[in-house]
Write a protein that binds this ligand. Structure first.
Ligand code: HEM
Length: 147
């Protein structure tokens, strides 16, 4: 429906420049919660955000995140096919010390990135469409924390 159209149209250009947009998102994430930086075990090489954002391992993670979003956008009609992948991805994040509450902050950072790049295209309807998709991704990842 309309939600899927809004997401696909807005991702079309964004998805072509994953790393720069991912950097905007993670810069915002660390502004909102600087303690998240300490969860990256390669952080010793980049104690502060600007340095961290130019470290290859870190940019790889940014790319990984953007590829997961890309996969979700491509699977809007059958998001359930990503469930096992997302559950395992959740498990990996639990193992590195991420708390499920942090996904709310990641969501804020995602919306911030969308707002920055879409400008006037960032409407209430678009924001809600993205939040809906993001909450499906997060709830699947969160199942990875279950005992
Ligand atoms: C792996 C941290 C959010 C996707 C990792 C790793 C860390 C990490 C430390 C392992 C090292 C690495 O691969 O770089 C975090 C933190 C997050 C976060 C602190 C925010 C609170 C996300 C989100 C996604 C994501 C939202 C995608 C929706 C991935 C992927 C991997 C990964 C695909 C690789 C997993 C594998 O090795 O199979 N993350 N992450 N991360 N992360 Fe995240």
């Amino acid at each position: 429906g309309k939600d899927k159209e809004l997401i696909r149209d807005s991702w079309e250009n964004l998805g072509k420049n994953k790393v720069p947009h991912g950097i905007v998102m993670f810069t915002r994430l660390f502004e909102l919660d600087p303690t998240l930086l300490s969860l990256f075990n390669y952080k010793t090489k980049c104690g502060v955000v600007p340095e961290c954002l130019s470290s290859p391992e870190f940019l790889e993670h940014v790319t990984k995140v953007m590829l997961v979003i890309d996969a979700a956008v491509s699977h809007l009609d059958d998001l359930h096919t990503l469930e096992d992948f997302l559950l395992n991805l959740g498990k990996k994040h639990q193992a590195v010390g991420v708390k499920t509450q942090s996904f709310a902050v990641v969501g804020e950072a995602l919306l911030y990135m969308l707002q920055c790049s879409l400008g006037a295209g960032y409407t209430a309807a678009l924001r809600q469409a993205w939040l809906n998709m993001y909450s499906i991704v997060v709830s699947a990842m969160t199942r990875g924390w279950a005992k």
